[in-house]
Design a protein around this ligand. Structure first.
Ligand code: FES
Length: 319
């Protein structure tokens, strides 16, 4: 990991948001103020014994210098959320990355429509807060399984009081269900649409927004939509240190690099966060991420080494 720009954080507050989300308030251990962040950004949290995990920033901490994260407990996940729910205590310290990410708000849009499924509300909260600051119109369509599972409900209500319209949906029948295609159809031509939630919601959103003007449909996935490439059978050439590394079946490029002691930044391990993006100098990657744009994939000048493989026998990386 590149640890040069890490921020030293301590847990200053934790509380439940809905039945399965914990809001974790982090503050700088040295009393400084962390940098401002763009709405929609995330940080990599370097958890003790659990590696790095990416979580969206919900907002500033109450004291102003730190950040708040929303973390849903994922029973089938890799252990980061269970650690934060079950082990983390006030005062515990760990490192986090500086804020980053490509899921960004178009502030000058004529109107903004947000669609959230469950924990997908987290990156949208600072976007709506920012639009309130700018006195620009927005609407939120927020779906959850049940009212008790809806995280950040009070914050959503408060944002709605300051501007914007909120529509809530529950799949247990407590309110009508979200008809995502209708929401997208009803949005004006000049509106920008944002969606964050489970994979099938994102898939439906992308499909519904296919005919809209270019650049008006924005989404963020929490999990990759394809399996990592682990067929192996090619050679990595590290242009800077000169080594050649064989990638065997069953291993990702990232596995091979880490086994060889190469210092590659990474976080989600699923082709989602972009932390492991690496320049490609020769060869043709087998792209499996959901981070790069179609144009970036076609250019073959970079790849996400945690999940992508190679279509060519030789892949030369700028490492
Ligand atoms: S580690 Fe997140 S995209 Fe590779």
């Amino acid at each position: 990991m590149n640890r040069s720009s890490l921020l030293q954080a301590a847990i200053r507050g934790m509380w439940l948001e809905g039945s399965s989300v914990v809001c974790v308030e982090l503050a700088p251990t040295d009393g400084t103020r962390w940098p401002d962040f763009a709405p929609g950004a995330h940080v990599d949290v370097h958890l003790p014994d659990a590696g790095a995990r990416s979580y969206s920033l919900v907002g500033r901490s109450r004291c102003g210098g730190g950040y708040r994260l929303g973390v849903k407990r994922e029973e089938g996940g890799r252990g980061g959320s269970r650690w934060l729910h079950d082990v983390a205590r006030l005062g515990m310290a760990f490192d986090i990355s500086e804020p980053k990410g490509d899921f960004s708000l178009v502030e000058q849009a004529a109107s903004s429509v947000f669609i959230a499924g469950g924990i997908g509300i987290t990156p949208l909260l600072p976007m709506m807060a920012r639009l309130n600051e700018l006195a620009r119109p927005w609407e939120l369509h927020y779906a959850a399984a049940r009212p008790a599972e809806m995280a950040f409900r009070e914050e959503v209500d408060s944002l709605a009081c300051d501007g914007g319209q909120v529509h809530l949906y529950f799949s247990d029948g407590a309110a009508c269900r979200l008809d995502l295609a209708s929401v997208v159809r009803a949005a004006g031509e000049r509106a920008h649409l944002y969606c964050c939630g489970p994979a099938r919601m994102i898939d439906a959103f992308v499909q519904a927004g296919a005919g809209r003007p270019a650049g008006t449909v924005h989404f963020e996935r929490f999990a990759a939509d394809q399996a990592a490439a682990t067929d192996g059978g090619f050679t990595l050439e590290l242009a800077r240190d000169g080594r050649k590394l064989a990638v065997p079946a069953g291993k990702t490029v990232l596995d091979v690099l880490l086994d060889a002691g190469v210092d590659v930044p990474y976080s989600c391990g699923q082709g989602v966060c972009g932390s492991c993006e690496t320049r490609v100098l020769a060869g043709e990657p087998d792209h499996r991420d959901c981070f790069l744009s179609d144009g970036e994939r076609a250019a073959n000048t970079s790849m996400l080494v945690c999940c992508s493989g190679s279509r060519s026998a030789r892949l030369v990386l700028d490492l």
